[in-house]
Design a protein around this ligand. Structure first.
Ligand code: DHB
Length: 425
């Protein structure tokens, strides 16, 4: 764990209105792809790193704590995997407990701990935010000798959180069914001269088996969504018909329309071939959903997460000490192309941030800031919208938006993120 403190706080100084006792404690992580997320530092030139985020947060007066979190590929000295789920969350919580245990030694206000992360790191932030002191983690925390302290936090900042994994496949087909071409970049496994991974473009078409599975998965999504009993801001029920249409779809479209309007208002171009109908006064009139999805394109084949060959990051996350990968949906276990086992249900549920939102035995952060790019195809738009809506319906405050034209990425609006933090603090 690395701990960084604005130097002024050691001289009774004030930065941006904060002092050594009142400064928020900002905890960004470097988790991506559910890989190990090493502790980070200003000037870090290695991958992965969010060094600039740390520098900017320090300049803004926050105490920054960057903890190293285990990931799905880490082995111990005996070759046993030790970073499978839920290790990334156990380590995050252990770090929070450590900071709290040492609150009289470390500057910053432990009642103002705010986590931050992108993608799998966004999921880390989200699950940390919902599951304060949840009993599921207790035995794992004791195993690694974590301090006996609260791991509840004040607020969570989540960029495109890749979470709710056991429902992400059906959510993806609810969105992309009917689009049979996929295209994405992938790591080649090689690195450039500065140590950054090299990516290449790959693309393909869904096989007839994948197209059939897409249809089945899409059908499963409506009943899942309807069972959540979500409501919008005015209490109207959000639901889906068997064909995937309905008020929940309209609700998702509304966020994209708002995003397009904001882009227009700031002088960006939004056009009909992107699926957005704009009138002569630069007001967004409507969205052609199919056209919009064809504009952003499908990224993943079917199933998008729990793939039948278990080559994706997610089955690999659900392996255990001896077994590298496991399926985490009955759908993929039943249809698997490889010899496979199903992961433990308590672990699948245990790392899903949604599990804890209405659970009175754990503490959920009061404040949330969730961003999911309007061009993000790594998971369905339904996934962040469900997280946002469940939190709001349970009475938590969520600042949510889908920035226009923004792909799967994070920390692109630190000024706004810090304004939000200053406001809630
Ligand atoms: C990440 C992206 C993915 O598409 C995914 O399935 C898992 C993790 C990431 O960038 O962290």
């Amino acid at each position: 764990m690395n701990i960084f403190v604005p130097l002024a706080y050691y001289h009774d100084g004030i930065v941006n209105g904060y002092n050594k006792d009142t400064a928020p404690i900002f905890m960004p992580n470097t988790v991506g792809g559910y890989m190990p997320g090493p502790r980070d530092f200003p000037g870090n030139k290695a991958f992965p790193s969010n060094a600039q985020t740390i520098v900017k947060a320090l300049e803004h007066g926050y105490v920054v704590v960057s903890a190293g979190l285990r990931g799905r590929t880490i082995k111990d000295g005996n070759g046993k995997f030790v970073g499978k789920a839920p290790a990334f969350l156990v380590d995050m919580k252990a770090a929070i407990r450590y900071v709290r245990h040492n609150r009289h030694l470390i500057p910053g206000n432990t009642d103002r701990i705010i986590t931050n992360g992108t993608s799998a790191g966004g999921a880390t932030s989200a699950a940390t935010g919902t599951s304060g002191n949840a009993s599921f983690f207790e035995k794992y925390l004791q195993q690694i000798g974590a301090a006996d302290e609260s791991d509840a936090i004040f607020a969570a900042s989540c960029y495109c959180p890749i979470h709710n994994l056991e429902n992400a496949d059906s959510a993806y087909e609810w969105e992309f069914n009917g689009i049979n071409d996929w295209t994405r970049t992938t790591m080649t496994g090689e690195k450039d001269s500065s140590g950054m991974p090299i990516f290449k473009n790959i693309s393909g078409q869904l096989t007839s088996e994948e197209q059939a599975n897409s249809k089945l998965l899409k059908q499963n999504f409506s009943s899942y969504l309807n069972n959540l009993n979500l409501t919008d801001e005015t209490g109207n029920k959000l639901s889906l018909n068997d064909d995937g249409s309905g008020s929940f779809l309209n609700y998702v479209e509304k966020f994209i329309k708002e995003s397009a309007q904001k882009a227009l208002d700031s002088g960006k171009k939004v056009t009909a071939d992107q699926g957005i109908k704009v009138d002569s006064d630069n007001v967004v009139k409507d969205i052609d959903w199919e056209k919009y999805l064809n504009f952003i394109t499908r990224m993943k084949s079917v199933p998008a997460f729990d793939d039948l060959d278990m080559k994706n990051p997610e089955p690999n996350l659900f392996g255990d000490g001896n077994e590298d990968s496991k399926h985490f949906t009955n759908f993929s276990q039943d249809k698997s192309h490889v010899v496979s086992n199903l992961a433990d249900q308590t672990i699948i549920k245990g790392i899903n941030p949604l599990t804890y939102i209405n659970d009175k035995t754990s503490q959920t952060a009061k404040y949330w800031r969730i961003r999911h790019g309007g061009s993000d195809r790594d998971t369905s738009f339904a996934i962040p919208v469900i997280l946002t809506t469940l939190l709001r319906n349970a009475g938590y405050q969520v600042d949510f938006a889908m920035p226009w034209g923004t792909p799967h990425s994070g920390d692109y609006d630190l000024r706004d993120l810090f304004t939000w933090i200053d406001k809630i603090c």
